[in-house]
Write a protein that binds this ligand. Sequence first.
Ligand SMILES: [Fe+2]
Ligand SMILES: [Fe+2]
Length: 274
Amino acid sequence: MRLLFLGDIVGRSGRQAVLEALPGLRRRYALDFVAINGENAAGGFGITEAIMDELVQAGADVVTLGNHAFDQKEALVFIERQPRLLRPINYPPGTPGRGAGMFKTASGADVLVINAMGRIFMPELDDPFRAIDAELTACKLKQGADAIVIDFHAEATSEKQALGYFIDGRASVLVGTHTHAPTADQRVLPAGTAFVSDIGMCGDYDSVLGMDVEEPINRFVTKVPKQRFEPANGPATLSGLAVDIDDATGLARACAAFRMGPTLEPAAPPFWAE
Ligand SMILES: [Fe+2]
Ligand SMILES: [Fe+2]
């Protein structure tokens, strides 16, 4: 199974780049499954239902969220009728939406996707380790699902790496999201889970985390907010992780950085023949 996970879409520039590229990428590389973090898709803050529909039409199998999940208040309502939209599973009981879902590929494989949020330098949600452990205990690889994909939306690389080794061998892929800066530590862990601390963002990298540089600089220099954060609107780079999953075991055979766009070094995985 060929899987692509793309990082946080930031604003219109990131959104347009994803919408333009995704149908072609799916065809060109015969992708079986595409997941995208969409927590910053609407003007940098949250997601609207119109954007969610566009992403699915363009070829996203699932869209995950994070600390910005409900920045657009309409998400509290429409998330209930969008089965392909996940928010972190460790929000308190009663939070609208769901944190995990089972999705079918075109060839009939079942893919479990789990979205969770870290607790270091983040809002204090329930324990993500316990929440993910419960899901993986209920759904074992190759028994309950052909592949299991986790988006761990977290700030600290320590927390991400600890979770990686905690679930190693029980999921196909664990990607980190949230920092909007891709790390270069992608690897298959000893027991077979593909891992990267952060897959980066889909947005304009000529920016501070996808935002126009002026206001972030102002806030560091003066400590007085002057205006809203606005997404940078130059050409976007797509950034994510490509994974080759062994259909027999559900574990990763290989993973590689995926980049497409003007700023970062372009990279497509060597194991994706066109
Ligand atoms: Fe984000
Ligand atoms: Fe985030």
